[in-house]
Design a protein around this ligand. Sequence first.
Ligand SMILES: [Zn+2]
Ligand SMILES: [Zn+2]
Length: 233
Amino acid sequence: MAHDSHGGVVTAVVAETRVVVETAVAAEETPVTGVVTPVAFRLRRPLTSLIVSLGSPMPHLIESAKTGRAKCRACGKPIAAGALRFGERVPNPFADDGGETTHWFHVPCAAFTRPEAFLLTLPSITDPLPDREHLEQAAQAGVAHRRLPRVAGAGRASSGRAVCRHCKETIAKDNWRIALAYYEEGRFAPSGFIHLGCAREYLETTDVLDRVRNFSPDLTDADAEEILRELQP
Ligand SMILES: [Zn+2]
Ligand SMILES: [Zn+2]
């Protein structure tokens, strides 16, 4: 019985979508009077928002941080009050009633580490978003190359003990390495390192400098040049 009524709700939503589509198409196909075009224009807006909400029952969001208390899930640093932040709506594991909670990210950190959620949200953002095109491309790359969102920065090996996750050889002390983090249930757990020269095969791309610098902001321009050189063995 409960299942039936749930099915009824879904059908109603689909039917509503279809009606809107038909109305919009009909208006476009018969531009007879001057009244028709504005009507079609008005109808497209609710149609767009409906598609976004159908894709994600709990829509994610981008907004100005109201306080500076939230920390970014990806980089662990605070998100300054007034700065734009990305909120990923997820089921709250501590709620019995199907409640939800929000995981906050700096906007670039979200594009780099949560590309699917970020891309799902982007069409609903109409306010100016700094670097929007670049962030969209970064997120698309993260979807195309499934390990790319694991990039968590770069640095020189502090010891010669770490083993590269790709080639299984040790990474010599003071050599550059890319740090990886694995996302699971809202947490990013450190999950080892790879040689810069192993990026092409492990990550399927060497276009990683923007993410590396996002998560390792202390890198200098000279460091970045060295990293770029070693990424292309
Ligand atoms: Zn961050
Ligand atoms: Zn390696």
